[in-house]
Design a protein around this ligand. Structure first.
Ligand code: ATP
Ligand code: AMO
Length: 405
């Protein structure tokens, strides 16, 4: 049997028959908890002798690699492209196994919380006649002779579900963005966690929901995935997210003020760039001791056409973004439910209103005040575990250069 074992290549799949027993040596925290005394062994699938990457190398932390260099026995560093080109092998590392379990539990907790609050899970079409968010980041295709695109978000249909009296809805589904830039946090296809709900008095009702939902998710991950968090930490060390029992809310103007006081140049009616968002994340952490917070009342000019302007000043809007460790995970807002204003805003934003006429018509038959938000699942997991690249939390990432495997 030893001769047989010696000629097996790494990563071959074997079936073992043997006796499971406790090791003779005393157990330690890091030792195996059981031994198998093998009596028979079958090879079910033989791997190639030369693999494109060794799983032990792919599982090394940066600290391990640095130590190996210091010790004069440098260990191989597996580059991101090698990992992603050979994703089925790369997925075998303990950190990757753990990340996708954590991702699964984020979805479970998201669903669990919303179902307990009376939300209905829906599925909206991914083939559409026009763009839903505006802008150019849309994949165009031919739909039996008609121009069409892949849904940039479930935005228009989740709102139409509210017009259909569904009151509170959510969706977990694919979102397609023809992003041009190659960044650490943008994919061309990601999983959207979307919510839409009627509101009674104020858009703060949506922020109240976000402020309860996400701490619920963070707490459930800590409770249900301690081993997985530990596995991720072993390869990619990080500290647990700091968040307050009551989620911090700042206005966009307050955020701008904090940045200005710190010597940053920022436009009070423009959007925050990635650097300013990160800087504000640091300032908020120092002042309020939290890495999870919301910024609301964004300038209208930087929000999508369907966003409700503030009643007291239409330069600002009833909208918000939510941040983890200084990076955006959520955008949300109250929506315009007046069809005339909606059509006007769509035209002003350069949208061909013919392509969204059925959406605008939905508001001509009576529509309740409503709003909602969207989060990106891969981004939530990336930022929860303080990872440096969203490709780590996408099973088979799609980015501007990658369409396989
Ligand atoms: P010892 O037999 O002295 O306890 P070991 O099994 O700890 O030695 P290695 O042969 O170097 O040492 O094995 C490396 C690791 O593989 C071990 O730490 C153990 O976790 C695991 N391992 C090896 N053999 C078995 C087995 N029969 N059953 C379960 N785990 C095993
Ligand atoms: P927005 O365009 O800000 O808003 O997207 C919502 C959230 O989705 C995630 N996200 C992405 N994740 C990975 N790759 C991308 N290219 C990418 N783009 C966005 C982010 C972001 O916060 N309809 C609105 C939401 C709403 O108002 O309900 C929307 O799509 O986490």
């Amino acid at each position: 049997m030893l001769n047989f074992v010696k000629q097996l290549s790494h990563e071959s799949v074997v079936e073992l028959i043997g006796l499971v027993s406790l090791p003779k040596k005393p157990l330690t925290a890091t030792s195996q908890q059981v031994e198998i005394h093998v009596t028979k062994m079958y090879c079910l699938s033989r791997s190639l002798p030369n693999l494109p990457l060794a799983v032990v190398d792919a599982a090394r932390s940066e600290a391990d690699i640095e130590k190996s260099v210091k010790d004069g026995k440098p260990a191989a560093r597996v580059l991101q492209d090698t990992r992603l080109n050979n994703r089925p092998l790369d997925l075998r590392t303990p950190a990757n196994q753990a990340l996708f379990r954590i991702q699964c539990h984020v979805q479970i907790a998201f669903r669990e919380f919303l179902l307990s609050k009376g939300f209905l899970e829906i599925h909206t079409p991914k083939l559409m006649a026009g763009s839903s968010e505006g802008g150019s980041a849309v994949f165009r295709l031919d739909y039996k002779g008609q121009p069409a695109c892949l849904a940039q978000s479930p935005q228009l249909h989740k709102q139409m579900a509210i017009c259909g009296d569904m009151r509170r809805v959510f969706e977990v589904g694919p979102v397609f963005r023809a992003e041009d830039s190659f960044t650490h946090r943008h994919l061309c296809e990601f999983v959207g966690l979307d919510v839409e709900m009627e509101i009674r008095m104020h858009y703060s009702e949506i922020m109240d929901l976000v402020g309860d939902l996400f701490p619920f998710i963070f707490t459930k991950i800590e409770e249900r995935c301690p081993k997985e968090l530990e596995s991720v930490r072993r390869q990619y060390p990080f500290h647990s997210l700091k968040f307050l029992p009551q989620t911090l809310r700042l206005t966009f103007a307050e955020g701008i003020q904090m940045l200005k006081e710190a010597g940053e140049e920022v436009d009070p009616l423009g959007d925050l760039n990635t650097e300013s968002e990160k800087k504000l994340g640091q300032l908020v952490l120092e002042k309020y001791k939290t890495e999870f917070y919301m910024l609301h009342r964004y300038p209208s000019a930087v929000r999508p056409f369907y966003t409700m302007p503030c009643e007291d000043d239409s330069n600002y809007s009833n909208s918000f973004d939510v941040f983890i460790r200084g990076e955006e995970i959520i955008s949300g807002a109250q929506r315009i439910h007046d069809p005339e204003l909606l059509e006007k805003r769509a035209r002003e934003c350069g949208i061909d209103v013919k392509t969204i006429s059925t959406y605008i018509d939905a508001f001509r038959y009576g529509a309740p005040p409503h709003g909602g938000f969207g989060a990106g699942l891969e981004r939530v997991v990336m930022l929860l575990c303080a990872l440096n690249n969203i490709r780590k939390t996408s099973l088979f990432p799609r980015d501007p250069k990658r369409l396989a495997p």
